[in-house]
Design a protein around this ligand. Structure first.
Ligand code: APR
Length: 246
């Protein structure tokens, strides 16, 4: 796809870039997305796997599912989209990643400023004493238990739970102060994360969506680039580098 000249000019004149990402940016790394034709929620029920009462009802089942996802993530690698965002750090003062993903791929690709709105699958904590267990926890079919006797859970945000306040506050500030706000690989239907799109819009940022299809927010952005993130983001970096004579 040819990146529109207006998009390149907006990016070149920007001081601060924010990349708001969802499961779609990790799809080309082999990590399943949640909605749409092959989405996880077509086969599994979030109310059985991704909320606290489901966890208390059946901690072993929930752990089995997260352990399975962790294995997929450990076998995956960042893709060209993650690396393109990390590369932008060489050309711009401020490149902030605000991700809904829990897969750690932005960090592994070299991004430095990352706000994790929905937690991180590599971290775990005890529901009773809140001791963190971030080393690899052996899982033999039973949910791990803390030394205090409490159940250990993944440090991810489940449906109906609050987002980590510090991460969300920092993300709102980033959305308020950026010049260009990219929305990459998200259906933008889960709140309050999706509200950041409107925060950025209200602040006057230039909104660029990158998705393989139209979404709920496509009509609210300045530019909707339809295609794979792993193809479009490297093309944007390429175009920026050429203009900067690099
Ligand atoms: N490149 C760009 N976009 C893609 C690609 C790709 N290669 N593949 C899929 N997409 C798009 C899909 O079209 C869809 O719009 O990525 C989006 C993925 O949407 P969801 O599966 O809904 O994922 P996400 O938006 O991250 O979900 C938000 O919901 O279940 C919760 O906590 C979970 O963080 C997640 C939240």
């Amino acid at each position: 796809m040819k990146i529109p000249e207006q998009v390149i000019q907006k990016i070149l004149s920007a001081r601060s870039l924010v990349f708001f990402t969802g499961a779609g940016i990790s799809a080309e790394s082999g990590i399943p997305i949640f909605r749409g034709k092959d989405g996880i929620w077509n086969k599994l029920k979030p109310e059985e796997l991704a909320n606290f009462s489901a966890f208390l009802r059946n901690p072993d089942l929930v752990w089995e599912w997260y352990n399975h996802r962790k294995q997929i993530i450990h076998e995956s690698k960042p893709n060209a989209a993650h690396y393109a965002i990390a590369r932008m750090q060489e050309y711009f003062n401020e490149v902030i990643v605000v991700t809904q993903n829990i897969d750690n791929l932005h960090r592994r690709a070299g991004s430095k400023i990352i706000y994790e709105l929905h937690g991180n699958i590599e971290r775990n904590y005890c529901v009773k004493c809140r001791t963190f267990y971030n080393e690899e926890l052996a899982f033999e079919g039973k949910a791990p238990v803390c030394k205090c006797g409490g159940l250990i859970r993944p440090d991810v945000v489940w449906f109906g739970e609050y987002l980590p306040q510090d991460q969300f506050t920092a993300s709102e500030e980033a959305a308020n102060n950026c010049d260009v706000f990219f929305i990459v690989g998200t259906s933008a239907v889960v709140y309050p994360a999706a509200s950041l799109v409107y925060t950025a819009r209200k602040s006057g940022a230039f909104l660029i969506e990158v998705n393989i299809e139209e979404t709920e927010i496509s009509r609210n952005v300045n530019e909707s680039l339809i295609g794979k993130a792993g193809e479009i983001l490297p093309q944007i970096v390429e175009a920026v580098m050429n203009k900067q004579g690099r």
